[in-house]
Every structure is written in structure tokens, then in C-alpha cells.
Design a protein around this ligand. Structure first.
Ligand SMILES: Cc1cc2nc3c(=O)[nH]c(=O)nc-3n(C[C@H](O)[C@H](O)[C@H](O)COP(=O)(O)O)c2cc1C
Length: 251
């Protein structure tokens, strides 16, 4: 076996031959862990070639039956973005009644969008009619929307690697959002995203810093061989030890 984990016939051993070199692997994890939802943007435009690479990354997301149900609406037009911001302001105010004080004031003090500050917004939609019969979607019709979310995450990670911040704005009513962007009725707007160079990439989620909600401990979210089972007596101890070593306190 050579040092890349491949034997003389170049068959990978335990998948090691397919693993990225360490620096590349680190870069993938860096994009994952340093990705943030961004709400404070600098006004500098995103160069077209950077935006094109990010959108292409989204298009290479996985999709049920290779359906590729997504479309990408790129929005620079200030008038449309102003309408979106007005819609957001109304919805944000309306949503505040779901919280009692002091949570309501805390909610209203949070900055939850960067629609006008960011140089471009991207609405990613899902077209449930894109294919007649979609392999794999019969039992779970929602998988077309799930697929669209995979495109969103690809975009988010690619953007992070380019130094571009992304903020997802969901405090928007769909009929009005459709109206502003001229989206047909059968198309589902899945994500409304603000893209731009951030003032900073904070080390932790803004909602965590604001004391709104903490990251949940990962070990409490893992079940083995069935719901509610930690599997410690069934040979899973090695995994739990590895989780402690690999993840430690930053779960
Ligand atoms: C489906 C979805 C909708 C979201 N909607 C909003 C939103 O309307 N406003 C906002 O400020 N953040 C929104 N976020 C961002 C989350 O608040 C953020 O992802 C979470 O706090 C974790 O922070 P991080 O993305 O920096 O890790 C949304 C995220 C997702 C996945």
C-alpha cells in the first residue's frame, strides 16, 4: 500500500483513496464551520464571475430523481428590493405578537435581514411540475422542496469559500413575494437570500451571541439502531469516544 492509502493496483483501501488531501478536507470543513447567516453587508458588488461560480455550485446540489426543481432569480433592482424590505418590515412586526415580553422586545431588536444593504438578492424556487413522474418522489412529495434546500446549502458553502456572506430571509409572505418577483402560482419560493461581502463572519450564530438560543449538544441528538437508544452496550462506545475526541466541547 502506498502512502495515499491505495494498494499497488490503485484500489482504495477503506475509501482512503477517495479522501481529499488533508488541506482540501480542512477547507471543506472550514467552509462548513465558518459559514454564517449574515445580516450586515458591505456595499461592494460581487464580481459576476464569483456570483456565477456560486450559482453553479447551487445547481450541482443533489435532487430527487435528478429532478433539479430549482430556478434562481437574481435581484439587483432597488425598487423590487425595497418592496421586499417593506414586506419584511410588515411581517416582522406581525410575527412579534407571537412572543411575550421581554422576548418580544428582544425579537424586535434583532437584525434579521440585509435586503437593501446586500448588493444582490437571490430567490431560489422549486417547480414541483418539472418532471411528470420523478424517480423517488412518489412516497415523499416534499422531496422536491428538500432538493431545493440542498441547492441552497451548496450556494451557502460555496459563497463562504469565496468570502461572500449569505443571509436567509424567511419573514416574508409567499403570495406577496410571488407578486413582487412575478413568480407563477405553481412555483414555490423556497429561499430568499441576501448575498454580499459581510462586515464580518462572526464566530458563532448571531442568535447565539444575542442570547436567543444556544447550539444543542450533539450527543443528545444521536440515536443508534433506533430512536432513544445510545447503544453503549452494543458496540457503539468507540463512536462515542471518537465523538468526544473529534468534537470535544465545540459540539
Ligand atoms: C430556513 C431558514 C430560514 C431562516 N430565516 C431567517 C430569517 O428570516 N432571518 C434571519 O435573520 N435569519 C434566518 N435564518 C438564519 C438562521 O437564523 C441561522 O441559520 C441560525 O441562527 C444559525 O446561524 P448560522 O447560520 O450563522 O449558523 C434562516 C435559516 C434557515 C435555514
Amino acid at each position: 500500500m502506498n502512502h495515499d492509502g491505495q494498494d499497488a493496483n490503485h484500489f482504495p483501501v477503506n475509501g482512503a483513496g477517495y479522501a481529499f488531501p488533508e488541506a482540501d478536507r480542512e477547507a471543506v470543513y472550514r467552509a462548513i464551520f465558518q459559514r454564517r447567516d449574515i445580516r450586515n453587508f458591505r456595499p461592494d458588488p460581487i464580481p459576476d464571475e464569483v456570483l456565477a461560480r456560486i450559482i453553479r455550485a447551487a445547481h450541482h446540489g443533489p435532487s430527487v430523481g435528478f429532478m433539479q426543481p430549482w430556478d434562481f432569480i437574481l435581484v439587483r433592482d432597488t425598487e423590487r428590493r425595497q418592496k421586499m424590505k417593506d414586506l419584511f418590515d410588515r411581517e416582522r412586526e406581525a410575527a412579534s405578537c407571537f412572543f411575550d415580553e421581554p422576548r418580544r422586545s428582544a425579537y424586535l431588536s434583532l437584525k434579521l435581514e440585509g435586503i437593501l444593504e446586500s448588493p444582490v438578492n437571490v430567490c431560489i424556487t422549486c417547480d414541483p411540475t418539472r418532471a411528470d413522474v420523478v424517480l423517488g418522489r412518489n412516497s415523499m412529495p416534499e422531496t422536491d422542496v428538500y432538493s431545493t434546500c440542498c441547492a441552497v446549502q451548496n450556494l451557502w458553502l460555496a459563497a463562504r469559500s469565496e468570502g461572500v456572506g449569505v443571509g436567509w430571509v424567511s419573514i416574508l409572505k409567499l403570495p406577496q413575494l410571488r407578486g413582487i418577483l412575478g413568480i407563477p402560482h405553481h412555483i414555490i419560493p423556497v429561499a430568499y437570500l441576501c448575498l454580499g461581502y459581510p462586515v464580518e463572519f462572526p464566530p458563532e450564530p448571531g442568535l447565539q451571541t444575542a442570547g436567543w438560543r444556544d447550539r444543542l449538544p450533539l450527543d443528545q441528538l444521536i440515536h443508534v439502531d433506533g430512536w432513544g437508544n445510545s447503544g453503549e452496550e452494543e458496540g457503539w462506545q468507540g463512536f462515542w469516544d471518537a465523538l468526544d475526541t473529534e468534537v470535544g466541547s465545540s459540539r
